[in-house]
Design a protein around this ligand. Structure first.
Ligand code: KG4
Ligand code: ZN
Length: 346
């Protein structure tokens, strides 16, 4: 049945994306991956505005598809199926992608494959590293935080996840509270390099509770209190204060993620995987301190640690096209009744 060439569409948050991925001779190849970000559109609002996002997706998605086909040098006639993120995400954006994909499918007769956005992230290490099932996956971004065991393209076990904020969100809010630029993750990481992580004591939320659930909203509150205490005492923050606050915050996030990973690894190893691997995806996986902590935990338990290249860790359509190929191969095809689902647990 190979080669299989699939067009993928992604529009569930603030990136409009289209990509063409081909599987040939058992090897996947990304022929194109186009992302139109919306960061500038939402910059004045301190977060993604669903209405603005939906409009921008609807305006850009057709163009994005044309660009992806052109960059891949592939005509629609050479495509085997159209894969699209059908959720979870902001409903207006998901709808824009699903409507576009349905239009293409109706116009060409191509099969339609609805993909869960989280499955797209979770299957990426098979595209980039050829991982075999089962593997352990940690998704850490501005919107997601969960531990998954991937058993098959359509079968995942969720071991736990955040009960409030995602870590990226906490990094972004920390940056905002300290007057650092957005996105907050890279800014906080840079500031933390000159900081003393032991000067301020931050909580290690949920470590006292069994299981793999996480919480990050308390850390943000602790940071706010620590900042206000310094300001009350000295009338403002010095560079060193900022660095120490960032270092303390980052150390707390790293430690919590590492300890929860240790627990997730123990559950995963009980399956006796042939090639044990911990894979991470999401923008927060770019953080050097967090990566180092996860690598250490993996190595101690005899797991290989892997992270897809950053452009494939953050939202993109190549992961959707790839998840589409995985589903298509199993005959998991949808029809014109495919619905956009704002909530859709794996
Ligand atoms: O995966 P992503 O691009 O988008 C979604 O949230 O889906 O992740 C973006 C998040 C932002 O919150 C950003 O601050 C965070 O990833 N991030 C980082 C770093 N680089 C990006 N967080 C910590 N350290 C970093 N170096
Ligand atoms: Zn995502």
């Amino acid at each position: 049945r190979e080669p299989i060439t699939i067009l993928g569409l992604e529009s569930s948050c603030d990136d409009t994306a289209a990509a063409v991925v081909r599987l040939s001779g058992g090897k996947p190849e990304i022929l194109s991956s186009v992302v139109y970000g919306q960061t500038a559109l939402h910059a004045d609002f301190g977060g993604v505005v669903p209405e603005i996002a939906a409009r921008a997706h609807a305006e850009k998605i057709d163009l994005c598809v044309e660009d992806a086909l052109e960059a891949a040098g592939v005509a629609l006639g050479a495509i085997d199926a159209v894969a699209v993120t059908a959720g979870p995400g902001l409903i207006g954006g998901v709808l824009a992608g699903v409507m576009c994909a349905k239009g293409i499918a109706a116009g060409t007769g191509l099969p339609l494959v609805g993909v869960n956005h989280l499955a797209g992230h979770a299957l990426t290490p098979r595209l980039t590293d050829g991982l075999s099932f089962p593997y352990l996956m940690l998704l850490v971004s501005g919107g997601h935080c969960q531990f998954l065991i991937a058993h098959a393209p359509d079968r995942f076990t969720r071991l736990g996840g955040t009960i409030d904020d995602a870590p990226g969100e906490a990094f972004d809010k920390t940056a905002k509270l300290l007057g650092l630029p957005q996105p907050g993750g890279p800014a906080v990481e840079a500031a933390a390099r000159a900081g003393d992580p032991a000067r301020f004591t931050f909580p290690r939320p949920l470590l006292d509770r069994p299981g793999c659930d996480l919480s990050f909203s308390g850390l943000k509150t602790a940071l706010l209190r620590a900042r206000d205490a310094v300001v009350a005492e000295k009338g403002g923050l010095t560079e060193q204060d900022r660095a120490d606050l960032c270092a303390g915050f980052q150390a707390a996030v790293s430690e919590v993620l590492a300890e929860k990973s240790r627990r997730a690894i123990a559950e995963y190893l009980a399956l006796d995987p042939a090639e044990p691997v911990l894979a991470v995806a999401g923008g927060v996986a770019a953080n050097g301190a967090i990566r180092a902590a996860l690598e250490t935990v993996s190595a101690k338990s005899g797991l290989r640690f892997t992270a897809p290249p950053l452009a494939l860790c953050t939202d993109n359509a190549a992961m959707i096209a790839w998840a589409g190929i995985e589903r298509f191969r199993l005959g998991l095809i949808d029809d014109a009744d495919l619905v956009a689902r704002p909530r859709w647990p794996l």
